[in-house]
Ligand binder design. Structure first.
Ligand SMILES: *[C@@H]1O[C@H](CO)[C@@H](O)[C@H](O)[C@H]1NC(C)=O
Ligand SMILES: *[C@@H]1O[C@H](CO)[C@@H](O)[C@H](O)[C@H]1NC(C)=O
Ligand SMILES: *[C@@H]1O[C@H](CO)[C@@H](O)[C@H](O)[C@H]1NC(C)=O
Ligand SMILES: *[C@@H]1O[C@H](CO)[C@@H](O)[C@H](O)[C@H]1NC(C)=O
Ligand SMILES: *[C@@H]1O[C@H](CO)[C@@H](O)[C@H](O)[C@H]1NC(C)=O
Ligand SMILES: *[C@@H]1O[C@H](CO)[C@@H](O)[C@H](O)[C@H]1NC(C)=O
Ligand SMILES: *[C@@H]1O[C@H](CO)[C@@H](O)[C@H](O)[C@H]1NC(C)=O
Ligand SMILES: CC(=O)N[C@H]1CO[C@H](CO)[C@@H](O)[C@@H]1O
Length: 840
């Protein structure tokens, strides 16, 4: 199906630049060159001012920038034609369109896509199912150099996969999306990268409280959005964001309000993500509002524009730092342009004199195309020109490969755009020291320069203060080269709240995470720098004091064998054991003597044995608690201690019973003897305690454990015991036996001296109770590693109390007061007792 567009468009394109393409249709030589393969170029040679119009008037506009790009394309094509290396014997042609408005751009794009049918002067765009064998007018397109226009062009050209290599300003991030714009490539990086560089710059100077203003077009809005997203992720807060309309003027109320809000936000750093015209108006407004000593960060679109630099009074606004593309000069272009100008000067007389100006085009409606002779390309122009130059070269290199020129001779065959696209994607060549190749998104892998504006000289001047390099992405800034226009050349600060001290978390205030109070992390928690808003708890085996940034391991403590206190206790315990053994030997040797007999005879040996066993349990409290020592230490003590106490009770009862009650109840006495009453009692009592100990062991088996609760900075190794009810019952039972013992012995306080144990037993039991109470008091206050030592001391005193109170006096009598250890003496003492009783 054929579609005739020209007639339709002629009707509707009463818009700026109409005349520009009118000229092209007349085939003027500057706009086209015939060749084997045609490359189309889309340039905004005449920029249009955005104003509403009711009449199709021609705007007086002046775009020397587009002119330089246009010449750069011509220059590169001719250079390639003349070079023997690139595309030998193949000529490139070009067809250049002036696209200073959306409609002119659309017209140009459709023209490129059209096929010329020889029999008719009309162009046709065929709407096909399959464009594989489709041959548009041009094999590739250079430009357009604006994101807005590139979006339409890229969308249309993607139909036939016509490669489109844009060269400047069309930096919008969305154009990197290859699923939407498969045939779009560009010789500049995406704005995404620019945002990356800007955010790194902010982070480098700790500017976390910033304002962003953007122009109301795809460039500004997309930039603002990306900047907001990336910056917020890095912990930078956007204190203020404003959109500047495209036709803003410096004295407007809108701008005045915006600048006021910007000042109120207190941000000292403002990023201006905007095209150069809007930026120019905006900064004029800033100057009018007397805003000073701020930092202004610029994007590549305006950071190298001399007109903005030259605005009156701009040096008062503070420091202007900008991102700019790396600059590679293109030496041949200037010569090419001047040669062109002089050739035009010769022609001009022959051509028309439109609007009273010298014009280089034959049609009367066109304005001058040659810039003023004085007009020297600025850095901005030459930089963009170089990108145009690389774009043409990228296409040429792709074609070179496609035609097989690298193998020796080029085969001039039919080239379909999609074939060329594949080749261009993979070109890799060097151009004036710059490596040109595209990444997967079709963006040039190239970094930025970071520049600062200088106001010292009269002329446009800037200095390069750093660079942003790719692969890997890295920003390096030479901080000494920056002149901050602040008092004392101090680095400006822009943050909402002062940084917290180490170990303090941020307590956010309001909706911005950059505004916060500092709160010290409590003990047991630390501030992980990866999350400055929360203190994290330390691990189980760790601790941290207040305001920490790390946790340290807790010290593991237990009562070691080699501690001085352990030494003392071990010595005392061993000494006691030896004394008991010695006493046992003495008792055994003097088993028949009255003292031993009155003390219980063989029962004494049992008591001494049980005391010794209980004493042995003390050894279990030293060293690192082990499974066996934990299991043994409590039952060993309590069973043996119960055995000892039971013996004591039985013995005391026996004596008191014999003296006081045997006469009154002889039957009972007889039964008692016959059925081994004391032995039964001792057995039963000990069994009861054993049973309780066993139950306690089974229900709450004591095991070695780490106690984390008592001290934050310590882990105490201990046995998990002493808490079960049945264990407490066992202790209570011991206490009961002790009291019983005391009561019985008290009953016998008036017995003959040789049998009177009251004082001794009272002493022993007093020791027992005192040490028991002392232990509980101390353990409720003190919880350290010496707690086992306290228990040892307590048990030791109990045992030594009984030993000293009960056995030592008897041993003393046996050894040193043999005269008291005779049957006669005992009988005398009994007799004097009976006499005394009967006399009462
Ligand atoms: C930014 O902050 C970090 C740590 O808070 C500090 O080490 C660095 O010196 C600061 N940089 C500047 C330029 O102030
Ligand atoms: C800026 O300063 C000038 C001269 O000092 C003054 O006339 C003008 O009113 C000031 N403008 C504002 C908005 O403060
Ligand atoms: C270019 O064409 C000339 C003449 O037609 C021929 O002699 C020469 O070999 C060709 N060069 C290449 C590289 O094809
Ligand atoms: C491009 O070529 C250069 C040198 O020839 C090489 O170092 C580089 O790796 C190439 N890049 C790619 C993407 O192929
Ligand atoms: C900028 O000014 C300095 C001296 O003030 C000078 O050396 C330098 O060449 C100037 N740079 C440009 C690009 O004009
Ligand atoms: C901006 O700079 C001024 C002057 O140096 C300073 O007092 C103020 O705190 C800064 N504002 C922020 C948000 O850091
Ligand atoms: C801090 O948090 C990060 C990420 O959550 C983690 O990888 C790191 O190990 C943490 N540091 C400490 C000391 O816990
Ligand atoms: C080799 C070749 O064909 N070179 C031509 C390239 O195009 C220019 C026109 O601008 C001719 O002058 C060259 O002869």
């Amino acid at each position: 199906m054929g579609l005739s567009l020209a007639a339709l468009l002629h009707l509707h394109l009463w818009a700026p630049c109409y005349w520009a393409f009118q000229c092209q249709n007349m085939g003027h030589s500057e706009f086209r060159l015939d060749g084997d393969y045609t490359i189309a170029g889309l340039f905004s040679i005449h920029s249009s001012i955005v104003t509403m119009k009711s009449r199709p008037e021609v705007d007086i506009c002046d775009s020397s920038h587009g002119y330089h790009l246009f010449q750069a394309m011509r220059f590169s094509v001719e250079e390639i034609n003349n070079s023997g290396e690139l595309l030998p014997n193949v000529t490139l042609g070009y067809e250049i369109y002036d696209i200073c408005s959306e409609s002119a751009n659309m017209y140009a794009t459709l023209s490129i896509l059209a096929q010329s049918i020889s029999s008719s002067s009309h162009l046709h765009v065929e709407v096909l199912r399959d464009f594989t064998l489709y041959q548009p007018k041009a094999v590739a397109v250079i430009g357009p150099d604006s994101s807005n226009l590139a979006l339409s062009t890229a969308a249309i050209l993607s139909i036939a996969l016509v490669p489109e290599v844009s060269h400047y300003e069309a930096s919008s991030q969305i154009l990197s999306a290859k699923y939407i714009y498969p045939s779009f490539l560009r010789t500049i990086p995406s704005d995404r990268l620019q945002v990356e560089a800007l955010v790194r710059l902010l982070l480098d100077f700790n500017w976390t409280w910033v304002a962003v203003v953007a122009s109301d077009n795809a460039y500004g809005r997309q930039g603002l959005q990306t900047l907001y997203e990336v910056a917020t992720k890095k912990g930078i807060c956007v204190a203020y964001q404003g959109i500047l309309s495209l036709n803003v003027i410096s004295s407007s109320l809108e701008l005045e309000k915006m600048v006021q809000r910007l000042v109120v936000s207190r941000a000292n750093v403002t990023i201006v993500f905007s095209n150069r015209r809007v930026t120019h108006s905006f900064l004029k407004g800033v100057i009018q509002q007397n805003v000073t000593e701020k930092v202004w960060l610029g994007t590549e679109d305006w950071s190298l524009v001399p007109e903005i630099w030259g605005t009156a009074g701009i040096s008062s606004i503070g420091t202007v730092i900008g991102v700019s593309l790396k600059h590679t000069p293109l030496p041949g272009l200037m010569k090419f342009e001047s040669a062109y100008i002089s050739s035009m000067a010769v022609d001009s007389n022959a051509n028309c004199q439109a609007n009273g100006e010298s014009c280089n085009q034959i049609c009367t409606q066109c304005r001058k195309l040659t810039p003023n002779k004085k007009e020297v390309p600025t850095t901005y122009d030459t930089q963009a020109a170089f990108n145009t130059y690389s774009a043409v070269h990228a296409v040429a290199h792709g074609l070179h490969h496609l035609l097989g020129c690298h193998t020796g001779a080029c085969h001039k065959k039919t080239v379909y755009p999609w074939q060329l696209l594949e080749e261009i994607k993979h070109v890799n060549f060097t151009l004036y020291d710059r490596q040109v190749y595209f990444d997967n998104n079709g963006d040039l892998l190239i970094g930025y320069n970071i520049i600062q504006w200088n106001w010292d000289s009269q002329d446009w001047n800037f200095s390069i203060i750093g660079s942003f390099t790719r692969n890997p992405d890295r920003l390096s800034i030479d901080k000494h080269r920056i002149r901050w226009h602040t008092e004392g050349n101090k680095v400006p600060i822009s943050r909402c709240s002062k940084a917290c001290e180490a170990g303090e978390k941020r307590l956010q205030q309001g909706m911005h995470q950059c505004c916060f109070q500092c709160v010290a992390c409590p003990s047991g928690t630390f501030l992980n720098k990866s999350d400055p808003f929360d203190c994290q708890p330390c691990g189980k085996e760790e601790w941290a004091p207040v305001k920490s940034e790390t946790c340290s391991s807790r010290t593991i403590v237990f009562l070691p064998w080699n501690d001085p206190i352990s030494w003392a206790l071990l010595t005392a315990t061993t000494l006691l054991l030896l004394l008991m053994a010695g006493t046992a030997v003495i008792f055994a040797l003097n088993l028949g003597t009255p003292v031993v007999k009155s003390a219980g005879g063989q029962m004494c040996l049992v008591m001494l044995g049980s005391l010794a066993c209980a004493c042995c349990s003390l050894y279990c409290y030293f060293g690192e608690p082990a499974w066996l020592t934990c299991l043994l230490r409590l039952p060993l003590f309590s069973i043996n201690f119960t055995l000892c106490l039971s013996c004591l009770v039985a013995r005391s009862f026996q004596i008191v019973f014999i003296f006081k009650m045997a006469a009154k109840a002889p039957g009972l006495h007889e039964a008692c003897r016959k059925y081994h009453g004391p032995t039964l009692f001792i057995g039963a009592s000990t069994s009861l305690q054993t049973l309780m100990s066993l139950i306690s062991l089974v229900t709450t088996t004591p095991v070695p454990r780490k106690n984390y609760d008592k001290f934050m900075e310590l882990i105490i190794l201990e046995c998990s015991d002493g808490s079960s009810l049945i264990h407490s019952l066992g202790q209570f039972y011991c206490g009961l036996l002790a009291i019983l013992c005391f009561v019985i012995s008290y009953m016998g306080k008036d017995l003959p001296e040789s049998y009177n144990e009251t004082k001794c037993i009272a002493f022993s039991l007093l020791m027992y109770f005192i040490s028991l109470i002392a232990y509980y008091v101390i353990s409720s206050v003190y919880q350290g590693k010496y707690l086992p030592a306290m228990l040892t001391v307590s048990n030791f005193s109990t045992l030594s109390g009984i030993f000293v109170g009960y056995f030592l006096p008897k041993a003393y009598i046996i050894l040193f007061r043999a005269e008291l250890n005779t049957t006669e003496y005992f009988q005398t003492s009994i007799q004097s007792y009976t006499t005394k009783r009967s006399s009462d």
